[in-house]
Write a protein that binds this ligand. Structure first.
Ligand code: ARG
Length: 596
């Protein structure tokens, strides 16, 4: 496993050495190094240390400076303000370090694999059977996929779980209706239909069935009774009933797959493990909780109480493990899933990418599992909550008629608008693109835009779904990053004979230094964003990277540089930047077309 130490880490080590030489009791102290506008870095740690040692901070800072080894790595260090250190690194160190990163044969751009990595089971992209997916499901999928890619890249072993809603009393009504109208889900097997068309057909069948059965259920008391009996048959494992239930699940999966395909997101069939999969464990889960005293009987139901969780009249709100009629619900399935993931899949971390509105549910479920000993200091559970998707008007996202927006329509619209942007930009640049190319790039740009907008707001915040803003060429959008990538690639193509080669002996322009130092931060940033499950930190980093690249082009001619060496060195910067952009976007699940 290769990994290239970042310049920041090397400077940090140098300063820590100087600090302990100047003040032996500060041997393991952190110099608190940050990137700075004044110099390359500023270290602020001396102030607190001086205070502790009852020393004058400026004097201590001066002593530290005397112990800093300068030359190859650190070009200059000086005391500033009340006792800060301003550090400037050498041009040579910047270029050499980037060259080592570029040469890292693993293609990891210096990002290390964690040696203490464990297993994370990540619960994300969990739509419900026989129901249309909504923007909340989109968010879980997009954030979950990005977090998973980041974790994988840092060496964590990840297992996905799509905890789809495939169980519940609503199936009694649906199955009973299908029994009484047997041809409603029939299909002509037509091998020519594509995933997308099949998905749309499946969902429209399910919608029609849902509406029709609902209408009968609401108007016909006898049907209602038969539907309730059907629920009992389903729960007791009646074969005919189960077979029909399975048809609803299969039909829904056709639809789910089509939406995920449109989202350009891989979903593995063996990771679709819905609520129903835990049915065989539920009774045991309940028994374990009751026997250990974690759950108690209350009015016939099996429940868990929490001191801190109270409702309106200050009455404790319990978690219901088993209803008085013996039925199990959402909580029992999640509690059983925890047992499966901890003891079966041997997870060290359980991560749930779920709407913030389910926060109370997870708090109660996690606390119950902790009391039962299934979760511990060694196995933690995290609810990565995300906020609500809002319309432009700041209200929950709906159509003008107040209906939920169909995801396929939304994604199609994003792709169409992006296609318009691609077309206009190509025409303005005199680039000829075929209709096919425009459509393909439109999808890459449009889907990327939706994902990026979702990922660039920190997950716990609500965010406004605004397509116009998402596909804008300027500002913090994926399109801006995709163009930055395509532009770098185009320069590399136009270079002809000239190759990207690092020349550490060359002096760097300020814009080259800024770009180089930002590239240096990639590895540490990826590790941080992954550890914090924070894709928005990666989007912010990439946006800055693209901005540095833009300033670099403005100030530093690449193909018309002063010397051939300078051209090579600048091509080298273009190459490493494009690879970093591409890797970063890949971690977000966003494509980077070679030409735009
Ligand atoms: N299907 C649920 C919904 O649509 C989300 C499931 C979340 N995961 C879980 N383990 N409860 O709201």
């Amino acid at each position: 496993m290769t990994s290239v130490k970042s310049l920041t880490a090397s400077v940090h080590a140098r300063l820590a050495d100087a600090l302990s030489a100047a003040l032996p009791e500060a041997a393991s102290a952190d110099p608190l190094l940050r990137r700075s506008d004044r110099a390359d870095y500023q270290a602020n740690g001396i102030l607190a240390l001086a205070k502790k040692a009852k020393a004058n901070p400026r004097e201590l800072a001066t002593q530290v400076v005397e112990h800093v080894v300068t030359g190859d790595l650190i070009a200059d260090v000086e005391v500033s303000g009340p006792g800060f250190l301003n550090v400037t690194v050498s041009d040579k160190a910047i270029t050499e370090n980037l060259a080592a990163r570029a040469a890292d044969g693993s293609g990891r751009l210096g990002v290390p694999q964690r040696e203490d990595a464990g297993t994370t089971v990540i619960d994300y992209a969990q739509p419900n059977v026989a129901k249309e997916m909504h923007v909340g499901h989109l968010r879980s999928a997009v954030i979950g996929d990005a977090v998973r890619r980041m974790l994988d890249f840092t060496g964590e072993r990840t297992i996905g779980r799509h905890h789809i809603g495939d169980w519940g009393t609503q199936f009694g009504m649906l199955i009973q209706y299908l029994i009484e109208h047997p041809h409603e889900l029939d299909h002509e097997a037509d091998p020519s239909t594509d995933v997308e068309a099949a998905g749309e057909e499946a969902m429209s069948n399910l919608n029609r069935l849902y509406k029709a059965s609902r209408a009968v259920f609401d108007s016909d008391e006898d049907f209602k009774t038969r539907a309730r009996q059907r629920v009992v048959a389903l729960q007791s494992g009646d074969e005919e009933t189960l077979a029909l239930w399975q048809r609803f699940v299969d039909e829904s999966k056709i639809y789910f797959y089509s939406v995920f395909a449109k989202l350009d997101m891989p979903v593995a069939d063996d990771e679709i493990v819905g609520e129903s999969a835990y049915n065989p464990m539920m009774a045991e889960t309940a028994r374990m909780l009751e026997e250990s005293g974690v759950a108690v009987r209350s009015e016939g139901a099996l429940v868990v109480f929490f001191d801190e969780i109270r409702g309106k009249d200050d009455k404790p709100v319990p978690l219901i493990v088993q209803k008085a009629d013996g039925g199990f619900g959402y909580a029992a399935s999640d509690l059983s899933a925890i047992r499966d993931r901890v003891f079966g899949l041997k997870a060290d971390t359980l991560l749930y990418v779920v709407d913030a509105r389910q926060a109370l549910h997870f708090r109660m479920v996690f606390e119950t599992a902790r009391r039962a000993g299934w979760l511990s200091d060694a196995v933690k559970a995290v609810h990565l909550e995300f906020g609500t998707v809002l319309g432009k008007d700041g209200k929950p996202f709906k159509t003008r008629e107040g209906e939920t927006v169909r995801l396929e329509d939304l994604l199609d619209e994003a792709s169409e608008r992006a296609a318009t942007v691609v077309r206009e930009k190509a025409e303005a640049g005199g680039i000829e693109l075929t209709e096919e190319e425009i459509a393909e790039r439109g999808a890459q740009v449009g889907i990327g835009a939706v994902k990026y907008a979702d990922l660039s707001t920190s997950a716990n915040r609500d965010y406004k779904f605004d397509l116009d803003q998402m596909v804008s060429l300027t500002g913090d959008t994926s399109v801006y990053l995709q163009y930055a990538y395509a532009r770098a690639r185009s320069i590399l193509r136009k270079a002809g004979e000239a190759r990207p080669v690092a020349h550490p002996e060359l002096e760097l322009h300020a814009a080259e230094r800024a770009l180089g130092l930002h590239l240096d931060a990639f590895a540490d940033l990826v590790a941080e964003a992954a550890a914090e499950y924070a894709p928005h930190k990666l989007t912010a980093y990439l946006y800055q990277l693209a901005s540095h690249l833009t300033s670099f082009y403005a100030d530093c001619p690449v193909l018309k540089a002063d010397t051939p060496e300078q051209t090579e060195n600048r091509l080298f910067l273009c190459d490493l930047t494009s690879r970093t952009l591409r890797q970063g976007m890949t971690l977000l699940g966003i494509q980077t077309p070679e030409r735009l």
